[in-house]
Structure formats: structure tokens, C-alpha cells
Design a protein around this ligand. Structure first.
Ligand code: ATP
Ligand code: BTN
Length: 316
């Protein structure tokens, strides 16, 4: 996507037909530049109809992120970009600062855990990161991704979305389909302070083309019973994050343990845990510890796993 493609997308986001000639005139470019911009829009996975004699039309309207919709109570310094490699990478490059939020309409290299990628499309997902500086060392942050999951679940509930569950350590699920993911990256000295960059990706609608590249069951809010829209959910999440992080800063994960366990999609369920060595442990989930470790009852008794490089999968 180029700046021109974004300008074209903004013209088309009313969901009506616009002729190539009209778009070219409005943007002060040639018809062939409009044609190229249309190609690059389609390359992101967006469905664009082209009808002879009528022009271009978006199959799905886009609700752009809008700073004017930010409530006055928002505790953060919010910046909205059209495009960036990854909002996490950008905040890491800029070293925060504390309280800075960067959201992007499109990430070209969105990241998940362990070098995996996070995919999205303009208007089809909400992708943003928040920088939060803790006075303590990184060891104190164990359980932070679980607490952020609680902020997401609370915000979704505030917006009328029901049935949200969490999957340890960093996923939000609906009917066992992945709706959102959290990626926390830290920078700092052993004893602190620590800059935590908290990245969140929430799906609204993903095209079939994008879904083909995702190797697990996914879902977006536009196919769920309640879709609050991107702006409403964005600002609801920021409000809940502000409360959750303030409490986490004082007392760590322990005060969130009960709430997390109630939201746990795999509570008491049989699971496999894949360790960094490739070894797999099987057992049933027995909640989480005060530090946010997952507790598994296995043949060898109860084992606690920290999130590090461990992955959890349900056994059906
Ligand atoms: P883990 O339990 O280890 O966290 P995970 O499969 O959820 O496992 P993550 O690193 O958390 O892995 O997330 C990255 C994965 O998420 C990708 O490998 C891909 O399967 C999936 N993915 C990528 N984009 C999306 C998206 N927009 N929505 C849902 N899932 C996605
Ligand atoms: C996961 O499930 O592994 C976490 C996905 C996190 C994706 C978000 S989107 C905003 C931020 N920027 C990134 O590159 N990743 C996170």
C-alpha cells in the first residue's frame, strides 16, 4: 500500500461506486496511477469491485480510526498511522515513551510470539501497541500478558460482547476461535526500570485470502453477534488497560488470578504443552499461579509452566 492507495481507500470507504476518472481528478493523479493504487489495495486482501462504466467500489465499508472519537478521559498519548511495519517495533525503536500508544491501519510485518506473523487488513483489524514503563525488573512482569487479556475481556464486555474466553498465555478466544492476540516485548536492565511494549491485534473481518495464510481457527467481530466497531472498542480497551496496568504495577498478577481462571477457555480441560526442547507434556489444566504460570496436572503431579517459549494446545 502507498499513501495514494490509502487516499483512494478513504474515497471508497463510503461503500459507493466511484469512477477511475473521478478518483484521479480528486487526487490530482493519472488514471493509470489510480489503476496501480487499486491493484495495491487488492493485494492487501481487500475486496474491490470493478464494474465497467461505474468504476470501483469497496465490498465492505471501512470505519477508520478517528482521534476525534477519543474520550477526554483517555490517559494515553494516542497516535494513529496509516501504515508501519509493526506498532510494537515502532514503539521499541522510539523507546516508548511511557503512555504512548501507536495504532496502525495496516501493519506490513505484524508479529506474534516466537517469530510468528500476525496478519491484518486495513479496516479488518485493530492493531496497536502501548508503551508502559515499570520501575521494576522484567522478572516482575510475569503474568502481564494474562492481565492484559483481562483488560481485553473487560473492554469487550463493556461493549456488549459476550462469550469471550482467554487462552493461556496471550490469546482471546470466541467459541475456541482466535479473536485477538497479545504480544509483550520488554527492554531494560535486570533490576529495572523496564519498558514494556504491549501489542494487541483484534480481528474484525479477515478476507478469505488472508485466512488462507493462518494455520488455526480464527474469527472476527463482524461475524459475531455484537460488533461495537473499531473506534468504540479501541478506546474501551485503552480505558481498561489504564486501570489494569495501574493495579498490576502495585501488586503484580495475583489480584487478577481468580478472574483469569473464570475466563480460562481450557479450565480443567485436557491439553498438551509444547516445551522449547520439542518435548510435549500432557495433562489437565488446574488454573494459574500467582505469577501467571499455567498449572497442569500430569502423571508426574502438578507442574507449573511459565509462558516463555511454551505453547498450549487443547486435546479434543
Ligand atoms: P501460542 O499458544 O504459542 O501463543 P499461537 O499459535 O496463538 O500459539 P502466537 O504466536 O500467539 O501463536 O500467534 C501467532 C499465530 O497467530 C500465527 O502463527 C497464526 O497462526 C495466527 N495468526 C496470525 N494472524 C492472525 C490473526 N489476524 N488472527 C488470528 N490468528 C492469527
Ligand atoms: C500473538 O497472538 O502471538 C500476538 C499477536 C499480537 C499482534 C499485535 S498487532 C499490534 C502489535 N504489533 C505487532 O507486530 N504485534 C502486535
Amino acid at each position: 500500500m502507498t499513501p495514494l492507495s490509502f487516499s483512494m481507500l478513504r474515497i471508497l470507504s463510503d461503500g459507493r461506486f466511484h469512477s477511475g476518472e473521478d478518483i484521479a481528478k480528486r487526487l490530482g493523479v493519472s488514471r493509470s496511477s489510480v489503476w496501480n493504487a487499486a491493484q495495491s489495495i487488492e493485494d492487501t486482501g481487500i475486496d474491490l469491485s470493478r464494474v465497467k462504466g461505474r468504476g470501483y467500489r469497496l465490498e465492505k465499508r471501512i470505519e477508520w480510526l478517528d482521534p476525534a472519537k477519543m474520550p477526554a478521559s483517555c490517559a494515553f498519548d494516542v497516535e494513529i498511522l496509516d501504515m508501519i511495519d509493526s506498532t510494537n517495533s515502532e514503539l521499541l525503536r522510539r523507546n516508548g515513551p511511557h503512555g504512548k500508544v501507536i495504532a496502525a491501519e495496516l501493519q506490513t510485518m505484524g508479529r506474534g510470539r516466537m517469530g510468528r506473523s500476525w496478519l491484518g487488513e486495513p479496516g479488518g483489524s485493530l492493531t496497536f501497541s502501548l508503551a508502559w514503563k515499570f520501575d521494576r525488573g522484567a522478572g516482575f512482569l510475569s503474568g502481564l500478558s494474562l492481565a492484559v487479556g483481562i483488560a481485553l475481556a473487560r473492554a469487550m464486555t463493556d461493549c456488549g460482547i459476550e462469550g469471550i474466553r482467554l487462552k493461556w498465555p496471550n490469546d482471546v478466544l470466541y467459541n475456541f476461535h482466535k479473536l485477538a492476540g497479545i504480544l509483550i516485548e520488554v527492554k531494560g536492565d535486570m533490576l529495572g526500570p523496564t519498558l514494556a511494549v504491549i501489542g494487541i491485534g483484534i480481528n474484525f473481518s479477515l478476507s478469505e485470502k488472508t485466512k488462507q495464510h493462518i494455520d488455526q481457527a480464527v474469527i472476527g467481530l463482524s461475524s459475531m453477534p455484537t460488533n461495537p466497531g473499531r473506534n468504540r472498542l479501541f478506546f474501551a480497551v485503552l480505558a481498561r488497560l489504564s486501570d489494569v496496568l495501574t493495579q498490576f504495577e502495585k501488586s503484580g498478577f495475583a489480584p487478577f488470578k481468580e478472574e483469569w481462571s473464570r475466563l480460562n477457555a481450557y479450565d480443567m480441560k485436557p491439553v498438551k504443552v509444547k516445551l522449547p526442547s520439542g518435548k510435549i507434556e500432557e495433562g489437565s489444566v488446574a488454573g494459574v499461579s500467582d505469577r501467571g504460570e499455567i498449572l497442569i496436572d500430569s502423571d508426574q503431579g502438578r507442574i507449573a509452566f511459565a509462558s516463555g517459549e511454551v505453547s498450549l494446545r487443547g486435546i479434543s
